[in-house]
Design a protein around this ligand. Structure first.
Ligand code: WQD
Length: 336
């Protein structure tokens, strides 16, 4: 079955491409390379030995997307494409709403026109906003603290309303927690533009000597060691969840939401210490003030995904730290 991956040349998209091929699917990528590059697709082809067709386009461009659907008999779509920097979304909110919502609306219109009824959407734990309690369960209240998160929640609403209005449409919403790590080959990985916002790529760039020291954003949170606690999940485990989601979408109708996390929370210092131990490296850091918009704790109750999707995270923190460094040390400047 052909599966369209919008934003498929990105960090999670490229890893999902590999796992889809491993599972016997035929991925096709649509990407404007805003947050990715063609080299990532070449690496996917190198890892799998399978060629992956790429359409370089803007997913909001109806005519371009329509033409792509006319040339491919897609069985399903995984919608990764979107702007995703929390801080940037506060600076240019209109660009985030325009891009992240228009792409979804265009995709749904073209899917309807071509009779494609299965879509998996890349959502985020950020839709829970400031959690009242943890671990987070899918039915818990949502509410966002930044435009990026609102675009994710609005897309969840749009997709859910679309499936309520169309009995043929099957929607799977995957709420990612904190993806880190890289494929064991070290040939694909996270390649952020500029200075990394996220913790692990910042750590690996300190380890690679590209950045001087890590700033730990606050150690006065109500957590075991005072630093922020998150549910870090290996990107390959996350990719495998998409394979399960495609199968689920193919055999169900309506909308289903799943938390994709390990169910374990680790603090910033847990990550730093594990990274140093696994890789026998020193990561110098300073305690800095809290980062605006950060929350103390966020981790998943993944039971629904375990039971209903038949998916469970298999890789541990050591795997995540080892694979993150293996990618960085073999690709000091990412794909460039
Ligand atoms: C993790 C922890 C920071 C950097 C965001 C988005 C989420 C998803 C993942 C897109 C926090 C601390 C970080 C640093 C630090 N993005 N930290 N020093 O904020 O949990 O989630 O990225 O889908 O939607 O909200 O991830 O990696 O930025 O932060 O101390 O240099 O590391 O305070 O406690 P976050 P993160």
């Amino acid at each position: 079955m052909k599966v369209l991956l919008t934003g498929g040349a990105g960090y999670i998209g490229s890893h999902t491409c590999v796992e889809l091929i491993n599972a016997g699917y035929s991925p096709v990528i649509a990407d404007n390379y805003d947050n990715s590059c063609p080299e990532a697709v070449k690496r996917v082809e190198e890892i799998t030995g399978v060629s992956v067709p790429v359409y370089e386009l803007d997913v909001a461009d109806f005519d371009a997307v329509d033409k792509m659907f006319s040339e491919n008999d897609f069985g399903a779509v995984i919608h990764f494409a979107g702007l995703k920097a929390v801080g940037e979304s506060c600076e240019i909110p209109i660009r985030y709403y325009r891009n992240n919502i228009d792409t979804t609306l265009t995709l749904l219109e073209v899917m309807k026109k071509h009779g494609v009824n299965n879509i998996v959407f890349s959502s985020s734990a950020t839709v829970y906003g400031v959690p009242e309690k943890v671990p987070l369960v899918e039915g818990m209240p949502t509410g966002c603290t930044n435009p990026y998160g609102w675009t994710k929640l609005m897309n969840e609403q749009i997709l859910s309303d679309a499936s309520n209005a169309d009995s043929e449409l099957s929607v799977v919403l995957l709420r990612y927690f904190n993806p880190i790590g890289a494929h064991e080959s070290g040939r694909i990985g996270e390649d952020p533009n500029g200075i990394p916002n996220n913790l692990m790529p910042y750590i690996t760039q300190v380890a690679a000597g590209k950045l001087e020291r890590l700033g730990v954003f606050g150690n006065d949170y109500p957590t075991p060691d005072g630093t922020g606690v998150r549910d870090y999940i290996h990107v390959v485990d996350l990719a495998k969840a998409h394979v399960k989601a495609i199968a689920y979408a193919d055999s169900h109708k309506g909308t289903e939401i799943f938390n994709i996390g390990t169910g374990k929370g680790y603090s910033v210092l847990d990550i730093v210490n594990a990274f140093m131990k696994v890789n026998n490296l020193d990561i110098p850091y300073d305690i800095k003030p809290r980062r605006a918009g950060d929350i103390a704790e966020c981790y998943a109750n993944p039971e629904k995904a375990n039971k209903v999707l038949g998916w469970k995270a298999e890789k541990n923190l050591e795997d995540m730290c080892r694979d993150s460094w293996n990618w960085q040390k073999n690709n000091k400047n990412g794909y460039k």
